[in-house]
Design a protein around this ligand. Structure first.
Ligand code: XMP
Length: 510
């Protein structure tokens, strides 16, 4: 399989570079610069290497440098931002730093004809973010683009194999960024660009079919997109030797457990096992009000239930997980297998006795996981599912959890979700749900005074859930949701809308 190495020097857009390359149909993997040698790069037969940006200056004693040998492997290289400066430095050019030549944001780029700028107009917009710049092009290189402040915004060497751009082609603000990346992949590296969802779906299935030959595999299925896609892939690979345990802890949304069961029983048959553990979870949560304690109890109980189910199944050789590529990168463990500290359930038990871990999604970004899901015929409600926390409604009921409160919250949340999914697509937030506050308030219904719970509605817009903006939902959607909840859900007298962003608030209330 043709693949590109994204050699990571610590820049903020490194994952984005890999994603863009993959969008162009070529597999890309990110490896920190210090964890791979020139010899290993050659051995792994990459079609091309991209040096990423990074926050340093090439002259800092602590700045990240790869070996110059990397440029002599004969494999084409494209340097971006810091990566471009590093190429200039390693090849004997000069990099200078001056506040007056720093550029940040959209900048006019002027290009000359070259293999890397093919199809880019003489004048276009690029995204710059640098202080240092290449002040003298190394011998054997030619500058092929400039900006008002940057005499060398792009350069190429005489062999046609080494190229560098000071700007960020991976950022959408660079008008012809994809064209430039495509020129590198297809004209310089000679890639075919045939890495597509259909092809990698069948590659993963084939790979696990042989790796898991004769082995029994166990997966904790949450109904979220990652574990669902992992389940379908592995089922295609090993059939009924896969067992998927779906633990209903009684803290799921309205109709969710049945929806998951109906969906998966159809596809997985005897591989799907639903465990109704709601009463034991609720018993352990009785009287508990402290948020962290609730989470701890749910995590522990989950492991216990999962272990008990695994024991009933007999010999398990392989534990499967829905780990995806950002988890692998962020764990800092590169390509060594790590047991994900499963934030859904607080760590899966090793006492089950498995000897191997299977992570069929470990090379894929979230959007690629969704594409695999679609290829495998997963219903779009599941493919496009908003995130749902492992501890479920327990972190959306403030204070003690009771059956009565769970029912009120389930009904209110279902109404809100219905109103949102009926709204225009551009008004659908990244995550939206109802919260049952621990407050009651006075209301009036007919001629009677009521004293019911206050429901809070929460909707956020976000890219990564690390930060989030509260969503400006249309008033009509809020009005319909509020009016329906107070009319249809017994025990609710008032509805409020949460207008806190993250930070300082978090997405969930607990
Ligand atoms: P917070 O509340 O931390 O949430 O701003 C950020 C995102 O993470 C989800 N979340 C969780 N997911 N287990 C999970 O699997 C958890 O314990 C958990 N807590 C929060 C939350 O729904 C949001 O998408």
């Amino acid at each position: 399989m043709e693949k590109i190495l994204v050699l990571d020097f610590g820049g903020q857009y490194n994952q984005l570079i890999a994603r863009r390359v993959r969008d162009l149909g070529v597999f890309a993997e990110i490896v920190p610069y210090s964890r791979i040698t020139a010899a290993e790069i050659k051995e792994r037969a990459y079609s091309g290497i991209i040096f990423t940006g990074g926050p340093n200056s090439v002259y800092d004693s602590s700045s990240p440098h790869c070996d110059r040998d990397v440029l002599e492997t004969g494999i084409p290289v494209l340097g971006i931002c810091y990566g471009a400066q590093l190429i200039a430095y390693l090849c004997g050019g000069e990099v200078s730093g001056a506040e007056t030549s720093s550029e940040y944001g959209k900048t006019v780029l002027r290009t000359e004809k070259s293999v890397i700028t093919e199809g880019v107009p003489e004048e276009s917009t690029c995204w710059m973010s640098h202080t240092d710049y290449i002040s003298r092009v190394p011998n054997g290189f030619t500058a092929v683009a400039h900006t008002d402040k940057c005499p060398c915004a792009a350069m190429s060497d005489g062999s046609g194999k080494i190229h560098a751009v000071q700007f960020h082609p991976e950022v959408t603000h660079t008008e012809y960024g994809m064209k430039i990346l495509g020129n590198f992949l297809f004209s310089v590296c000679g890639c075919a660009g045939d890495w597509k969802a259909e092809s990698y779906t069948s590659e993963i299935i084939e790979r696990y079919c042989s790796e898991l030959n004769g082995k029994n595999v166990l997966l904790a299925l949450s109904g979220g997109v990652d574990s669902s896609v992992a389940a379908l892939l592995l089922h295609r690979a090993v059939g009924d030797r896969l067992k998927c345990v779906f633990v209903d802890h009684g803290l799921l949304r309205k109709g969710e457990a049945d929806f998951v069961e109906n969906t998966f029983q159809k596809d997985l048959g005897d591989s799907f096992i639903r465990v109704d553990a709601s009463s034991r979870f609720l018993k352990r949560l009785a009287g508990v009000t402290e948020p962290e304690k609730k989470r701890r109890i749910i995590g522990e109980e989950f492991i216990r239930v999962f272990e008990e189910e695994a024991k009933k199944l007999g010999q398990i050789d392989v534990l499967a997980q829905g780990t995806i590529y950002p988890d692998v990168i962020e764990s800092g463990k590169g390509d060594s297998a790590v047991i994900k500290s499963h934030h859904n359930v607080g760590g899966l038990p090793e006492s089950i006795g498995f000897t191997m871990i299977a992570e069929p999604l470990r090379d894929l970004f979230k959007d690629e996981v969704r594409k695999v899901g679609a290829v495998l015929g997963l219903p779009s409600e599941l493919v496009w599912r908003q995130p749902f926390p492992g501890p479920g409604l327990a972190v959306r009921i403030i204070g003690e959890i009771t059956e009565e409160k769970l029912e009120i919250l389930r009904d209110a949340d279902a109404v809100f979700r219905e109103e949102i999914t009926g709204a225009e697509p551009q008004h659908i937030p990244d995550q939206y749900f109802a919260v049952l506050t621990d407050s009651r308030s006075v209301g009036v219904m007919g001629d009677a005074r009521t004293y019911g719970y206050v429901i809070a509605l929460r909707a956020v817009t976000t890219d990564d859930f690390m930060t989030a903006e509260w969503t400006r939902l249309p008033y009509e959607v809020l009005e319909r949701a509020s009016s329906r909840i107070t009319n249809e859900v017994k025990g609710v007298s008032r509805v409020v809308y949460d207008i806190s962003s993250k930070p300082p608030a978090t997405v969930e209330w607990e």
